[in-house]
Design a protein around this ligand. Structure first.
Ligand SMILES: *[C@@H]1O[C@H](CO)[C@@H](O)[C@H](O)[C@H]1NC(C)=O
Ligand SMILES: *[C@@H]1O[C@H](CO)[C@@H](O)[C@H](O)[C@H]1NC(C)=O
Ligand SMILES: *[C@@H]1O[C@H](CO)[C@@H](O)[C@H](O)[C@H]1NC(C)=O
Ligand SMILES: *[C@@H]1O[C@H](CO)[C@@H](O)[C@H](O)[C@H]1NC(C)=O
Length: 221
């Protein structure tokens, strides 16, 4: 009887391992020692205010996939020549503890190669990407810290209300049909509260946030 139970329990664990990343949009980082604020290096953090759901088409959630998707919604890789400070890190409660961002992407002003450089000079939207893939919460979801910045002469700070504005701008570019590099996307959005605390406690630059996290589900057509 005991042996049977063990075998059964092993089989259940095995199938749980095999079906990981099927059916989980994301795990709440707060539930396992993580945070919905990243670490900007000064004891404060930027809000992780957009999640690309683990229920998205898996190809969207790869490194190449998120870069292509970012291009489809008006971003490109950071301008090569303008250095904007060190990476930030996040703890997504997945057992990986604090991990540096995978990417920082800046808004492309529709002029591809110089677009991001222009953005760095005149300010605009940018986001950092963190992947929730540790064994304790392996959703595969991407957590984005999105903000809208001042232009470079203002020291590249976040504009007033820049976290909420950055999120809303990104989401309104993303929702619906988009495409880049021969890949077409359909994106739906859902707002979630209760993950990120409203207010400015612990938030970089003392900029208050409304506490809304927008979850994007991205499907490759
Ligand atoms: C994050 O990046 C910084 C600067 O490049 C580096 O010193 C640090 O070791 C990195 N941390 C991790 C956990 O990779
Ligand atoms: C988890 O994501 C990180 C950051 O993108 C990546 O470096 C790492 O290889 C991934 N780990 C696994 C097991 O896929
Ligand atoms: C999410 O909340 C923002 C801010 O209130 C709002 O502008 C947006 O329309 C909402 N989106 C959805 C999908 O409910
Ligand atoms: C943050 O802003 C609030 C009001 O907007 C102000 O009362 C508080 O002193 C500020 N805190 C810091 C650390 O600047």
């Amino acid at each position: 009887m005991y042996v049977l139970a063990s075998v059964l329990s092993f089989a259940i664990q095995l199938s749980a391992a095999i079906i990981k990343r099927q059916g989980v949009a994301y795990y709440d980082p707060n539930a396992n020692g993580g945070s919905m604020l990243d670490n900007a290096g000064d004891g404060l953090g930027e809000p992780l205010n957009v999640i690309v759901s683990g229920l998205s088409t898996p190809d969207v959630l790869t490194d190449d996939g998120i870069v292509n998707y970012a291009r489809a919604i008006g971003f490109s890789e950071e301008c090569f020549d303008i250095h904007l400070g060190g990476p930030q890190s996040a703890n997504l409660g997945d057992g990986n503890s604090w991990v540096n961002q995978t990417y920082e992407l800046r808004q492309d002003y529709d002029s591809s190669s110089i677009g991001t450089c222009l953005e760095s000079l005149i300010g605009g939207n940018h986001f950092r990407v963190y992947r929730q893939n540790g064994t304790q919460a392996d959703s595969g979801a991407l957590f984005l810290a999105v903000s809208k910045e001042e232009d470079v002469s203002d020291g590249h700070d976040i504009v007033p209300d820049g976290y909420n504005i950055g999120r809303n701008d990104l989401v309104s570019n993303a929702v619906g049909q988009t495409s880049f590099g021969g890949v077409s996307y359909t994106t739906t959005a859902q707002n979630v509260t209760g993950l990120l605390a409203p207010g400015a406690v612990g938030v970089n630059h003392n900029i208050s946030v409304d506490g809304i996290v927008t979850v994007l589900t991205v499907t490759i057509n």
